[in-house]
Design a protein around this ligand. Structure first.
Ligand code: ZN
Length: 404
């Protein structure tokens, strides 16, 4: 071992190598700092007087599977310039950290391919240490995304844990990046976002959201010039939920066994877009049979398929005629859930038609929501909410993806 190897292999520079010890399977390098090379850590002055030292150990890069530790008596000095007594700075580790910067980089490198548990196991350290290293790195890179360029947003809530725990996610629809994650849902969850958005000078033109009303008033109050678009994705999802309710109710009411059986397997078929039905699995025929047996279900299904055409109109005028016609037909259907849908759409008419002024949709949010669902199932779950939020902010960066 040498001072030069310390630098080239372990990233430790400006210290003198003293000796190597082997203890319990670990390799310990003792190093020291030249007392004439000390500066005040507060003001940087070289006019310092030695006041003893503090023994510290740092985890360094392992040698193969052997743990490596660096032992350093950190000089404590009294500064003649500012009068403070302080430990001098350690160049190879961040303040208050018990590992070297190169160890930290190694952990991050492994984290791109291994779960937190695997990295911890491989390096023989605690799960929390690996998580903290990831968390600090995520925080440095993603905690405060730039907002100045934002133009079109999507706002959505996601359920993150049992017991109705939610997060509110704001996405930049131009880049697909998540730019804010708030606690809870509704207007309150967005407060910290407005606080950061205001000084950024961003000019938001449009915001896509669902029709539930949770975010609408907050967006109107904070972005009075932005168009609110109740988007395709959420409207179809809402109708699909109603279609599922209807199917369930019909299933409960059905007395005929054969009738019940036909309904049973149709849940996904009803929600699928007609053009995606798989001919090889006979999906079209099965759906047709179910619809033949249930007139209300058939009416609701065809109204759903028809509603999708609202977003394919050549312009606002056609779209207006289409929407009003659809609402009339739905109201005339006599089916309760469909009539509810008609009333909801009528109440949100202008926000639906706004699509023809700014063609945005929360569609890209769906992919992000699915990735968040996968993260939720991973080992760390929701134990550290801040960590989870940071991971959501980094979710679009496939190059940066950390496993587990
Ligand atoms: Zn000083």
């Amino acid at each position: 071992m040498s001072t030069s190897l310390l630098y080239h292999a372990f990233g430790i520079r400006g210290y003198e190598y003293i000796r190597t010890d082997y203890h319990g399977g670990a390799t310990i390098f003792t190093i020291r700092q030249d007392p004439h090379d000390c500066r005040c850590s507060a003001c940087g002055s070289r006019r310092v007087v030695s006041r003893g030292h503090a023994e510290r150990q740092f985890l360094a890069l392992p040698i193969g599977s052997r743990k490596t530790t660096v032992a350093l008596p950190i000089p404590r000095v009294e500064c003649q310039a500012c009068g403070l007594v302080r430990q001098v700075k350690v160049s190879f580790a961040d303040p208050r950290r018990s590992y070297t910067k190169s160890f930290e980089r190694y952990v991050l490198e492994l984290s791109r391919r291994m779960t937190i548990r695997d990295v911890a196991h491989h390096l023989d350290v605690g799960w929390d240490m690996i998580k903290e290293i990831q968390k600090r790195d995520l925080s440095r890179r993603y905690a405060k995304p730039k907002l100045k360029h934002l133009r079109a947003l999507a706002i959505d809530e996601i359920a993150v844990a049992r017991g109705h725990r939610y997060l509110t996610v704001v996405m930049d629809l131009d880049s697909g990046a998540v730019v804010f994650v708030g606690d809870g849902k509704g207007a309150g969850a967005l407060k910290p976002f407005w606080k950061r958005l205001r000084p950024s000078g961003a000019k938001i033109e449009a915001v896509a959201m669902d029709m539930s009303g949770g975010y609408q008033a907050a967006v109107r109050a904070n972005l009075p010039k932005a168009a609110i678009v109740f988007d395709h994705f959420h409207v179809v999802k809402l109708f699909n939920d109603k279609l599922s309710d209807l199917r369930r109710a019909l299933y409960r009411e059905a007395t005929d066994v054969q009738h019940k059986d036909v309904l049973k397997g149709t849940r996904w078929l009803l929600l699928k877009n007609a053009e995606n039905l798989d001919p090889e699995k006979d999906e079209k025929a099965r759906l047709k049979e179910a619809l033949k047996l249930n007139e209300p279900l058939a009416v609701a299904y065809y109204l759903k398929e028809d509603l999708r055409r609202f977003w394919e109109q050549p312009g606002r005028r056609f779209a207006t005629t289409f929407l009003d016609g659809w609402i009339r037909r739905a109201e005339a259907s006599g089916i309760k859930v469909v009539q509810q849908m008609a009333r909801t759409l009528a109440a949100h008419r202008s926000g639906l038609l706004a699509y023809y002024d700014v063609m945005i949709s929360s569609g890209p949010m769906e992919g992000t929501n699915n990735k968040i669902k996968v993260m939720k199932r991973q080992a760390y779950g929701f134990r550290d909410r801040e960590f989870f939020k940071l991971k959501i902010l980094a979710i679009h960066e496939t190059k940066y993806a950390l496993v587990g």
